[in-house]
Ligand binder design. Structure first.
Ligand code: FAD
Length: 384
């Protein structure tokens, strides 16, 4: 038997739960019967989301820590204090987010949440059919955030942003909890563009992430070895306990993700909300969800016209990925030139797709012109 709903959300991760929370807490889906399906229990802290923001967002109460001072270290040990205000860098723990949204949804009788594995989501006509390992469901609109690597076309770039992060508790060595190292390139670059995020949550608790932009993953022992070397030799911490760890891979690609097929909308990374040049996704997801909820309020459908990450942002991302792939302008040098030549607040606004043409010119001026101009021209032609 096929059970019927108004809306089905496949995947209760960042995008699926942000959508459910935004649409239901704002009253836009008051009359909709909603089914949420996820194959996992969502009861572990499987990720930490960091992002920058000018003013408090919808999940401000979940912010675990924020930083007013950001520092960048070059591969040759230079320190750059970033001028990023009014943006603040913030962190939300995945588990805090899952628990918060789940407890909100549990109070609503119109919402059902099931633990099943979605096998297909289709839109034959003006409705959607969702098949799972246990059942069949029908609805008017479906949202899908299951991600699988897309079938790339010749010339598409597909980098992996892969990382291992650890939270450590230090003994005598104290950190400034108001100061984070946004990118610390004081490490070998032999496996690709490689840096650390160092985010102190308190004087004695620090989250450190060894991050690479490259096309291949490393073996587990290399992430561990590099983390240990950085903690001891660069941060000067010899006495510490490991509290937590996470491993992740984020696609960095210029593949054109499809937002919509009939009444099915792809959201999150699967819908193109991950910025190809950086892997940052949290803020883009919130902006897409806002567009969906506003469209629903206006028209009774979730379809919106203009993507927040539009063609120009996609062209910039594609250009950067091609420059990195070519390898003549190394990633660490490129980011060093960027943060030396442009205020971080301009870079943030550029990456948010909110910069003016003057700001975009400032960003471009700080980088080596030739590799960017060459690849920008090529990707424009490809795009056309
Ligand atoms: C470890 C890690 C750290 C990250 N840190 C940051 C960060 O600091 N800042 C940032 O901006 N971005 C970060 N990202 C990138 C991005 O923000 C996250 O991946 C984000 O969770 C993407 O949201 P999403 O909804 O697209 O996918 P997810 O949050 O992964 O949600 C997808 C959901 O679909 C479910 N699912 C998958 N397949 C099925 C199926 N067949 N049936 C049913 N359910 C299914 C999964 O269980 C999951 O709950 C990070 C990613 C990872 C992996």
């Amino acid at each position: 038997m096929t059970k019927k709903y108004d809306i089905i959300i496949c995947g209760a991760g960042l995008a699926g739960l942000s959508l459910a929370y935004s649409a239901l807490s704002s009253g836009v889906w008051t009359n909709q019967r909603v089914l949420i399906i996820d194959k996992s229990t969502k009861d572990t802290n499987d990720r930490t989301w960091s992002f920058w923001e000018k003013s408090p967002g919808i999940f401000e109460s979940l912010v675990h820590h924020k930083w007013n001072q950001l520092v960048f270290f070059t591969n040759d040990q230079q320190r750059i204090d970033l001028q990023h205000l009014p943006y603040k860098y913030k962190t939300i723990k995945g588990l805090d987010f899952y628990k918060y949204v789940r407890s909100f949804l549990q109070k609503l009788t119109q919402v059902e949440w099931i633990e099943e594995s979605v096998e297909s989501v289709e839109s034959p006509g003006d409705h959607c059919l969702v098949k799972t390992d246990k059942g069949r469901y029908e609805c008017k609109f479906a949202f899908d955030s299951r991600y699988k690597k897309p079938d790339l076309k010749y010339g598409d770039q597909y980098f992996l942003q892969h990382f291992k992060g650890v939270t450590i508790r230090t003994g005598n060595r104290k950190f400034n909890p108001d100061q984070a190292f946004l990118m610390d390139f004081r490490t070998s670059q032999k496996n690709g563009t490689t840096f650390f995020y160092t985010l102190p949550m308190s004087e004695n608790e620090v989250f450190i992430e060894y991050t690479l932009f490259s096309k291949e993953l490393l073996t587990e022992d290399i992430y561990d070895h590099e983390l240990k070397t950085y903690i001891t030799n660069v941060l000067g911490v010899s006495d510490y306990d490991l509290i937590d760890s996470e491993f992740g891979v984020i696609p960095m690609t210029d593949f054109k993700f499809k937002r919509r097929s009939g009444n099915v909308m792809n959201i999150g990374t699967a819908g193109g909300d991950t910025r190809g040049s950086t892997g940052y996704t949290f803020t883009n997801v919130q902006k897409t969800i806002t567009k969906i909820v506003q469209a629903f309020e206006r028209t009774g459908t979730p379809f919106f016209k203009n993507e927040h990450l539009g063609s120009i942002e996609k062209l910039y991302d594609s250009t950067l990925l091609n420059v990195l792939a070519e390898g003549n302008y190394e990633g660490h040098q490129l980011f060093t030139d960027l943060f030396k030549g442009t205020k971080a607040k301009t870079v943030f606004s550029f990456l948010d797709g909110e910069s003016s043409i003057i700001e975009e010119l400032k960003v471009m001026k700080s980088l080596r012109t030739w590799p960017f101009l060459k690849w920008f021209t090529k990707v424009v032609f490809r795009y056309l």
